[in-house]
Unconditional design. Structure first.
Length: 529
């Protein structure tokens, strides 16, 4: 009975509670945003200006265009935004996604086709690419740009028909104003001021910072701080670090750690980026991470087959990894591509030397001689000639290398060998002495670099590789220096310069290879007194 009464009480409470509850609120279903609101949101994305913002804006314009809501306005906006995306991809050296082609196709389908917009697309297409992985404009394009630049930049006001295209016009305007060919026509600050209120848009702040004010990376840092979507800023910060603009205490000196960190952040954002992967490969080569460099160069070639900087990087990386046959094959690919023929022939010759293919090496270095003017080509030619028993040729080439780079200790090492083979004892004595002293100076510099590396806070793996490579160079140089000291002693002995012969022989008395012969030479000098 108690259970029944309790149940009734609970039911009563429930009924009362229900009766006292408020009446339910009726909700009105919310539809999708109106076309005008969507256009406004997309317009804000364009003004914001990051690449991801532009891509999102284009998708919205395209949807509005296809959906028939505000078709003409959306189509015009889609054309402008597609052109901006194409320009950004070119500036960064990204893979071309075909946005300029889309812009042209959309513009051609408009009725009537806006002449001013088509003209602006032509000018945008002719602009020089802003990336190490991209091309400069062709001759005809450059002529057109120079004429446009002259007409625009010397006019009292921007051309009204083109200026109607707002952000796209402003972007192209700054590109022209700050191009090297336009230098002196207009001051960059004046070009920016001519944009009026548009100059405060992040899109155009970005363009001004990357095209007109490259020595001041602070503006880009502010953009990234205000909007993390501006991921491409990391790329430019990496470039600034490579140019020695990253830290006041390292002014003018590349900061590899900072550059690598910034560029890796950009790489995490976009991997289909040949200009970036080449640059990261170059940093890895400088850091002597040859396997890592090879991987990055190969990634580049997957994106852009026959990309010349990546092909040359592959050749250099294979060479440093002692994969000489593969290096020669990569050099063949570079030659077939018709790019960097002098470098390709030089590196092919160098790898042929490592494989003891001296005749092949000579053919390549002779071709390199006609294509490159530096100290490395005659140096390698001299080394090859020594191995081909062409001592006279070796001497001429090595003397040429010395005249171009007197500080190269290895050139002196090989030249004194050639001179000794010719029995040119006076010249051999002098050259061997100078080469030995050169190795002394080189060792002192290498030991200083090792001490500096140990004191720095650079990335440990990079530091250890750089220290190890310098220690290896010291060891290699010690062996060459011993040859120089002994040959200097022998050459001085042969010309009767007894004191100089003794001085140089005493430097290698304890050397594993030359100690016994040096002691014998000193003994002969003593006995002949």
């Amino acid at each position: 009975m108690r259970t029944a009464l309790l149940l009734t009480a609970l039911l009563g409470t429930a009924i009362v509670g229900t009766a006292c509850a408020r009446a339910p609120i009726t909700t009105v279903p919310t539809g999708p945003p109106a076309a005008a609101d969507r256009m406004a949101a997309a317009n804000r994305l364009v003004r914001q200006g990051c690449l991801d913002c532009l891509l999102e804006a284009y998708r919205e314009y395209d949807a509005l265009r296809v959906g028939g809501n505000g078709s003409a306005e959306a189509t015009t906006a889609a054309v402008r935004t597609a052109a901006l995306i194409a320009l950004r991809e070119r500036e960064l050296g990204l893979v071309d996604s075909g946005y300029l082609t889309r812009a042209r196709q959309l513009a051609s389908g408009m009725s009537p086709a806006p002449t001013s917009l088509v003209e602006l697309l032509d000018i945008a297409d002719a602009l020089p690419f802003g990336s190490p992985a991209a091309r400069p404009p062709a001759v005809q394009e450059r002529r057109m740009l120079l004429q446009v630049s002259s007409d625009w930049l010397t006019a009292p006001e921007p051309p009204s028909g083109l200026a109607a295209h707002q952000e796209l016009f402003g972007y192209v305007w700054l590109a022209l104003a700050c191009d090297v060919a336009s230098a002196g026509s207009i001051r960059p600050d004046n070009a920016r001021a001519g944009l009026g209120a548009m100059r405060e848009q992040p899109l155009l702040i970005f363009k001004f910072a990357t095209a007109c004010d490259r020595r001041n990376p602070a503006a880009l840092g502010d953009l990234l701080a205000e909007d993390p979507r501006f991921a491409e800023v990391s790329y430019y910060q990496g470039l600034a670090a490579l140019a020695g603009q990253g830290r006041p205490d390292l002014a003018g000196r590349p900061d590899l750690d900072e550059a690598d960190s910034r560029l890796r952040a950009a790489y995490a954002w976009r991997r289909d980026w040949p200009a970036l992967t080449v640059m990261l490969g170059n940093i890895a080569m400088t850091s002597e991470d040859f396997a890592g460099a090879l991987d990055l160069y190969q990634q580049t070639l997957e994106l852009v087959p026959d990309q010349p900087d990546a092909l040359l990087g592959v050749v250099r990386a294979y060479t440093s990894l002692d994969r000489h046959a593969e290096a020669m094959a990569a050099a063949d690919t570079l030659i077939a591509a018709g790019r960097y023929p002098g470098d390709a022939r030089y590196w092919r010759a160098l790898n042929a030397v490592h494989l003891s293919r001296f005749d092949d090496a000579w053919s390549d270095i002779e071709l390199a001689t006609t294509l490159l003017v530096n100290a490395d080509v005659p140096k390698l030619a001299g080394i090859i000639a020594i191995n081909r028993q062409q001592v006279d040729v070796a001497r001429r080439r090595l003397e040429e290398a010395t005249s171009r780079r007197p500080s190269d200790c290895e050139v002196g090492f090989y030249l004194q060998i050639a001179l000794s083979e010719q029995r040119a004892w006076n010249e051999a004595a002098d050259t061997a002495s100078r080469a030995g002293a050169c190795f002394d100076q080189d060792e002192a510099q290498l030991r200083k670099e090792i001490a500096d590396l140990r004191a720095t806070d650079t990335v440990a793996a990079r530091r250890d590789r750089l220290i190890a490579s310098r220690e290896l160079r010291i060891s290699t140089n010690e062996r060459m220096r011993a040859v120089c000291w002994f040959n200097a002693a022998a050459a001085h002995f042969n010309v009767g310069a007894r004191d100089q012969a003794r001085t140089h022989a005493e430097k290698v008395l304890e050397d594993e290879r030359f100690g016994e012969r040096a002691r014998e030479l000193v003994s002969r000098l003593e006995s002949s007194r």
